[in-house]
Design a binder for this molecule. Structure first.
Ligand code: SF4
Length: 253
């Protein structure tokens, strides 16, 4: 497969494809394994896999396996692999660095300060994500504009710089304007495997966002969607509750 340039002309050619199934299919046909769906197990990721398969392509799919995921998350990926006959690549933290962090700062360093939480997220999520991005030209993400204030302005297409050479990668939020309701309806109608915790509810408390155990908790009826992440920092001002995966790194500014 000959390389396709990542530039504004590519964005313009893809922008004309309004239907997400067609768009995802076209991306995998053009880029093959240089494109991948990255998912933490949210409905958006599962729906994108289903749309890709319906578009007649076999998508490359990866997840960042922090080694602190919920058992239900691993169950979901097993179900996705079975239903669609594909392998979900589990990209894990670098073992030596992980051991060193735990030895020096403890397994639960994220309780101590925002800096330590970010350090843990950097090592367990951002670095493995950077590693997998090194193998990609197109990164399909499950970002949606209704997920949080910080994500309200998410674009469907964004060219981001990667690595020291600032190699361009096309980041595509194929379902950016889908609502939670639309996703749930699609999953039901098409028997898409779903994360059990997203369908758990007790006295109005439910999970809206999935991450690591302890750092992810359910949210109450009047809380914003990402309030359940790192709940002990909710009183901090200006916290955008992002783990770093979708934030431009300081060295890329
Ligand atoms: S969500 Fe928590 S455990 Fe997971 S990487 Fe971030 S700080 Fe570490």
């Amino acid at each position: 497969m000959s390389p396709v340039a990542i530039n504004e002309a590519l964005v313009q050619s893809l922008e004309s494809i309004a239907d997400p199934q067609e768009l995802i299919g076209e991306i995998f046909r053009r880029f093959g394994d240089r494109a991948a769906i990255g998912t933490s197990g949210q409905l958006t990721g599962c729906v994108m896999v289903d749309l890709a398969v319906k578009a007649g392509v076999k998508p490359r799919v990866f997840t960042i396996d922090t080694l602190r995921l919920f058992p239900e998350t691993y169950e979901l990926f097993a179900a996705v692999e079975k239903k669609y006959s594909l392998k979900v690549e589990k990209i894990q933290p670098e073992p030596t660095k992980l051991k060193e962090m735990i030895r020096e700062q403890g397994e639960f360093l994220f309780f101590d300060s925002k800096e330590k939480q970010e350090f843990c997220c950097d090592l367990r999520k951002v670095e493995p994500n950077e590693r997998v991005l090194g193998t990609l030209d197109v990164w399909l993400t499950g970002l949606r504009s209704d997920q949080s204030k910080a994500r309200a302005g998410t674009s469907r297409f964004e060219i981001i710089p990667h690595g020291p050479n600032k190699r361009p990668i096309l980041k595509v939020a194929a379902l950016v304007d889908w609502t939670e309701e639309r996703l749930r309806k699609y999953c039901e109608e098409h028997q898409v495997p779903v994360h059990k915790l997203l369908f758990w509810e007790r006295d109005g408390w439910r999970y809206e966002s999935l991450g690591c155990v302890i750092c992810t908790t359910p949210i109450g009826p009047y809380e914003p969607r990402r309030a359940g992440r790192w709940r002990w920092f909710n009183a901090l001002e200006g916290g955008d509750k992002e783990c770093g995966l979708h934030v431009v790194r300081k060295d890329e500014v």
